[in-house]
Design a protein around this ligand. Structure first.
Ligand SMILES: [Zn+2]
Length: 96
């Protein structure tokens, strides 16, 4: 099994497949046809019968996705403010 392959999972069907992260398209579930979620390679998968484990995994993944989106929003605002500071400060200095 290649180390460059990631686990792609379907929460509904509790299925997983290993595909490269750099796949040109999102792999689809062979059970329901939905697009799979890229879990990475570090997180362990619950057994298929462990419904609670899959539910917790879904909640954890959602929390991580939301945290990453929030961090990206903060980074975008910081970049925007830095750009504004660089462009506004010289004009403010001219008014003195
Ligand atoms: Zn599925």
């Amino acid at each position: 099994m290649s180390a460059s392959n990631y686990n792609w999972i379907c929460f509904e069907c509790r299925r997983a497949t290993r595909q490269p992260k750099t796949a040109r398209r999102v792999p689809v579930c062979t059970g329901c046809g939905a697009g799979l979620f890229c879990l990475g390679y570090k997180v362990g998968l619950p057994r298929k019968a462990d419904v609670g484990g899959w539910r917790r995994l879904r909640v954890d993944c959602r929390a991580r996705t939301l945290a990453a989106a929030a961090a990206e929003t903060v980074a975008q605002v910081r970049r925007r403010h830095e750009t504004e500071r660089r462009t506004v400060r010289p004009a403010a200095a001219d008014r003195r």
